[in-house]
Design a protein around this ligand. Structure first.
Ligand SMILES: C[S@@+](CC[C@H](N)C(=O)[O-])C[C@H]1O[C@@H](n2cnc3c(N)ncnc32)[C@H](O)[C@@H]1O
Length: 287
């Protein structure tokens, strides 16, 4: 089923867009440099690269090489040897990836209205990647207001077929501008216990909807919840890194076996033990 045809005109400048109803301004370029004024955007909905999962320009080069033969005389873009753009957010080094993504998020912060939202999808199976996006978000002065796990792209996708433990969920990460006021420093146990309570709620909700969750899916849910509470509490990078590494070491299969055996007490003890370990491990928190 299709929606009715959109009755809008595509325009090529922000000024024309602002002064006319029923227009759309489409920009093809680097998101770290947007031709938009400060505080002008209500909502940003985006899908940034997933750290080192897919190398977009390398994939595009296959098509670029062929298109270039036919189009290089007509379009300036095809004068370069390959499709790589210097502003592309893509690096195998999580530190560099975080800086590149931070430049885009800082630009988003500039153009977004004070009460606006920046929403994006993300998933990954390693703590480095989650820490990289946490660093990019917080250095751009955003905080994470919520994270919702949803079904990700189709499981028949080529990039998934190549992985042994595919992730079938995306975390939809909802960010807003950080308030000026600093929150009080939380207890490590508070961050941990709030995040894992939310994890259980989402796990149940997805199971009730008939979704089979892989260990990597569960890892995505818990890591993204950790980021929400880390950012609300303005935890710094080392503090957040410790929490994320704790999640990475969790034995999700064991936790699930206990749940499936219906042994509620053992299952609760398992999670309580994680909490105790987290508390001891993060002695540097203000407990
Ligand atoms: C996860 S993909 C988005 C895929 C898209 N949702 C779709 O369904 O086709 C991330 C995209 O961001 C693009 N990208 C990387 N750095 C960028 C930048 N600085 N500005 C704009 N886009 C960028 C990549 O080329 C890639 O196409």
């Amino acid at each position: 089923m299709c929606s009715p045809k959109l009755d809008i005109k595509i325009v090529d400048s922000y000024t024309t867009f602002r002064s006319n109803n029923k227009t759309a301004f489409i920009i093809n370029g680097d998101s770290a440099h947007l031709p938009l004024p400060d505080n002008s955007v209500d909502a940003i909905v985006t899908d940034p690269p997933y750290f080192d999962f897919v190398h977009y320009s390398e994939l595009s080069d296959f098509f670029y090489a062929w298109l270039r033969l036919a189009l290089q005389d007509s379009y300036q873009y095809f004068s370069q040897g390959d499709s790589h753009h210097p502003g592309e957010v893509q690096d195998r080094d999580p530190g560099k990836f975080s800086v590149q993504l931070g430049l885009v998020f800082s630009e988003c912060f500039r153009v977004l209205k004070e009460q606006g939202l920046m929403v994006f999808s993300f998933h990954h199976s390693k703590p480095d990647a989650w820490l990289a996006i946490y660093h990019a978000i917080t250095t751009a002065q955003f905080m994470i207001a919520a994270s919702h796990p949803v079904k990700a792209e189709m499981s028949v996708s080529k990039t998934k077929a190549a992985t042994s433990n595919p992730i079938n969920l995306d975390a939809i990460i909802v960010c807003k501008k950080q308030p000026q006021q600093q929150p009080g420093k939380p207890l490590a146990s508070e961050v941990w216990s709030t995040a894992y309570k939310r994890y259980h709620i989402y796990r149940e909700r997805l199971r009730n909807a008939g979704r089979m969750l892989s260990n990597n899916d569960k890892y995505v849910i818990l890591s993204s919840q950790i980021l929400v509470y880390a950012s609300c509490s303005r935890l710094n990078k080392p503090e957040t890194q410790h929490l994320l590494e704790r999640v990475y070491q969790l034995d999700f299969s064991h936790a699930e076996d206990l749940m499936n055996q219906g042994n509620r007490e053992q299952s609760e003890n398992f999670w309580k033990n994680q909490l105790v370990t987290a508390q001891t491990h993060f002695a540097f928190f203000h407990e």
